[in-house]
Design a protein around this ligand. Structure first.
Ligand code: MN3
Length: 245
C-alpha cells in the first residue's frame, strides 16, 4: 500500500513536471501546504429566510449541493499544491492541466459562488431586504440611475439565464458597477472563460439553478427572484463593494 502510494506520487510528479516548469505558481509546493477548503455553517438557521426561501430548499442546497462541490474540489486540490486562494485559483483556470480545468471550473466555481450567496442574504427584517446605504448606494445611483433601475436590470438578467446559472452585480475592470450573468457555476473571476468585458469582482450574486427554488416555486423563477430581494443583506454587499474598490 505504501509502495503504491509512493509509485502514484512519482507518476503524478512526472506528469506534472513539464507543466510545473511553465506554471510555477500553481504547482510549486506552498509553504503553508496549499489551499484548504471546507463547508462552513450558514450564518443563520435553515428556516431563517422563510418565506422567501424555504427551509427544505436551504437544507438540501447547502448540505448536499454545496457540500458536493466542496468534496469534489478537495479531491482536485490534491493535485494543485501551489493554490493559495480560491480567487487566485478561479482566475487561473486556463493555466491548469486540461484534466483539472472542468472540475475546478464547476466545483471551484460552485464552492466560491455559494460561499458568496449565503453571506449576501439575511433574514427579512434582520439585515435582509430594504435598500443599500453608504458608498454602494451612491454608486448604484450614478452607474444605474436609480436603485429601482438597478434591481430591474438585475432581475431581468436573472430571469434571462437559460437553464442553470447566476446573475451578478460586479465591480468591473473599468471600476464601474455592472450587471452580468454566467452559465452553470462560472463566475466573473474566471479569466479566459468569461468574456473580458464581463470580468470583475462580484459583490452580489443570485443562484438561479432550479435546485435553488424549484421545491417551493416550481417553474416560477420570477416569483423567486422578486421575493429574494427581501432577503438581500445590503450591509454585507456594501462591505464587499468597499473591499473591491
Ligand atoms: Mn446552487
Amino acid at each position: 500500500m505504501k509502495n503504491m502510494t509512493r509509485r502514484d506520487a512519482l507518476k503524478s510528479t512526472a506528469i506534472l513536471g513539464a507543466a510545473a516548469a511553465l506554471r510555477p505558481s500553481l504547482f510549486a509546493q506552498h509553504p503553508a501546504g496549499g489551499l484548504r477548503v471546507g463547508l462552513k455553517d450558514l450564518p443563520y438557521d435553515y428556516d431563517a429566510l422563510e418565506p422567501a426561501i424555504d427551509a427544505e430548499t436551504m437544507r438540501i442546497h447547502h448540505g448536499r449541493h454545496h457540500a458536493g462541490y466542496v468534496n469534489n474540489l478537495k479531491t482536485a486540490l490534491e493535485e494543485i499544491p501551489g493554490a493559495t486562494s480560491m480567487e487566485g485559483l478561479l482566475r487561473d483556470i486556463p493555466l491548469l492541466p486540461e484534466s483539472l480545468q472542468t472540475t475546478v471550473r464547476n466545483n471551484g466555481g460552485g464552492h466560491w459562488n455559494h460561499d458568496l450567496f449565503w453571506t449576501i442574504m439575511a433574514p427579512p427584517g434582520q439585515g435582509g431586504g430594504g435598500q443599500p446605504g453608504g458608498p454602494l448606494a451612491a454608486r448604484i445611483q450614478s452607474d444605474f440611475g436609480s436603485f429601482k433601475a438597478f434591481t430591474e436590470r438585475f432581475s431581468q438578467a436573472a430571469a434571462g439565464v437559460f437553464g442553470s446559472g447566476w446573475a451578478w452585480l460586479i465591480l468591473n475592470r473599468q471600476g464601474r458597477l455592472a450587471v452580468t450573468s454566467t452559465p452553470n457555476q462560472d463566475n466573473p473571476l474566471m479569466r479566459g472563460l468569461v468574456p473580458d468585458e464581463e470580468l470583475g469582482t462580484p459583490v452580489l450574486g443570485l443562484d438561479v439553478w432550479e435546485h435553488a427554488y424549484y421545491l417551493h416555486y416550481q417553474n416560477r423563477r420570477g416569483d423567486y427572484i422578486s421575493n429574494w430581494w427581501k432577503v438581500v443583506n445590503w450591509n454585507a454587499v456594501g462591505e464587499k463593494f468597499v473591499q473591491a474598490r
